[in-house]
Design a protein around this ligand. Structure first.
Ligand SMILES: Nc1nc2c(ncn2[C@@H]2O[C@H](COP(=O)(O)OP(=O)(O)OP(=O)(O)O)[C@@H](O)[C@H]2O)c(=O)[nH]1
Ligand SMILES: [Mg+2]
Length: 334
């Protein structure tokens, strides 16, 4: 059944430029490069998403209840999550009833606005701490990409002209320290470590003391992979946090939960339990290059209430992007 009210159109005088194609706007070269890399990373998500969306929103088709229901299925298939998909569809329906939505292209434009609003709702500003160092803790379950991201972030911050110190606080897994050492060499930053089986808080104590003495801008702490169910490991995180807090005012300034995008809704469930146990301030979503389920970025916003701060788009040092909601939405919806 067609939605008669969807035909109504807002008078031109009331038209605003909200949601104007972000991509079409003038972008500085650096921003362009960023766009291209984001586009590249979400290729699989976009292809799947756009293909299904294309069939729902074919230009000539009337936007009705049935097409909204189909659109909801497309959103769900990209791992956007039930509550988010429902809210977005309801907002579109209300918009349609109020002002009308003329055809697929307009619906797509409005969809982008809705998606971006979901992301911007949880965005947080990066505030530099009153005094150095800024302490950033990387936490998360095994194999999500904590060590790799620690190395990439070191290079990114260094590229911004900040001084960096790494702390190898994964003393749990054999070879973890050596793995971080390779990254420290690659990004040319110093690293503080202890031996495997040692106390991670002791390593962190040394790292905080060294960072303060050297006037280092950022201290990034790589920790052992753990599940929220491993009480001793969660306690260990707590101890680390208290150690940092004692030595550096306001530390840890950021606790970034590293999540693997390819684990989709399962990863989200794990993350939910994890954020309850650790005081997570933001998410790093890795392996976005390897999944068609990029919609998880939106589920993170609504279901965890946390901002994605960085995305991992490959295994190399430069394969990290500070998250940008506009670029992400434009990359995902074609
Ligand atoms: N394709 C892709 N691979 C990634 C990305 N980030 C990390 N990886 C790969 O994921 C694997 C695990 O990465 P690690 O950094 O060792 O993960 P971890 O969380 O430190 O693992 P544990 O210390 O064992 O808990 C490695 O093979 C990385 O190369 C990414 O953004 N994209
Ligand atoms: Mg690791």
């Amino acid at each position: 059944m067609a939605f008669s009210l969807f035909g109504k159109r807002k008078p031109d005088s009331e038209a605003t430029d909200e949601g104007k194609d972000l991509e079409a706007q003038e972008q500085p070269t650096e921003k362009r490069g960023f766009f291209d890399r984001m586009r590249q990373a979400v290729t699989r998500t976009r292809d799947t998403f756009s293909e299904s969306i294309g069939s729902v929103l074919a230009l000539t088709r009337e936007i009705d209840e049935a097409s909204l229901a189909e659109l909801e299925m497309v959103l769900l298939a990209s791992d956007l999550g039930g509550p988010t998909a429902k809210t977005i569809i309801e907002n579109l329906r209300q918009r349609g009833l109020r002002q009308g939505i003329e055809g697929g292209e307009e619906l797509k434009r409005l969809l982008k606005i809705e998606l971006k609003a979901v992301l911007d709702q949880v965005a947080t500003a990066d505030v530099a701490p009153a005094s150095a160092p800024e302490v950033v803790m990387m936490v998360g379950v095994n194999g999500t990409g904590k060590t790799t991201t620690t190395g990439k972030l070191a290079a990114l911050y260094r590229g911004e002209g900040r001084t960096v110190l790494l702390c190898a606080a994964d003393t749990f897994r054999a070879a973890a320290i050596e793995q971080l050492e390779v990254w420290a060499t690659r990004s040319d930053v110093p690293m503080i470590k202890t031996k495997t089986g040692g106390d991670p808080s002791a390593a962190l104590y040394d790292a905080c003391t060294a960072a303060k003495a050297r006037g280092t801008d950022v201290l990034i702490v790589d920790t052992a992979g753990r599940l929220h169910t491993k009480t001793d490991l969660i306690k260990e995180l707590d101890k680390m946090r208290r150690t940092a807090e004692r030595l550096v005012p306001g530390a840890p300034h950021q606790t970034l939960l590293v999540m693997d995008a390819t684990t989709g809704q399962n990863g989200l469930q794990q993350a939910r339990l994890f954020t309850e146990a650790a005081r997570v301030t933001g998410i790093v979503l890795t392996k976005l290059d390897g999944t068609a389920k990029g919609g998880i970025v939106l589920a993170i916003a609504t279901e965890l209430g946390l901002p994605v701060k960085f995305v991992g788009v490959g295994e190399k040092m430069e394969d990290i992007l500070p998250f940008d909601s506009g670029a992400f939405v434009e990359s995902m919806v074609k």
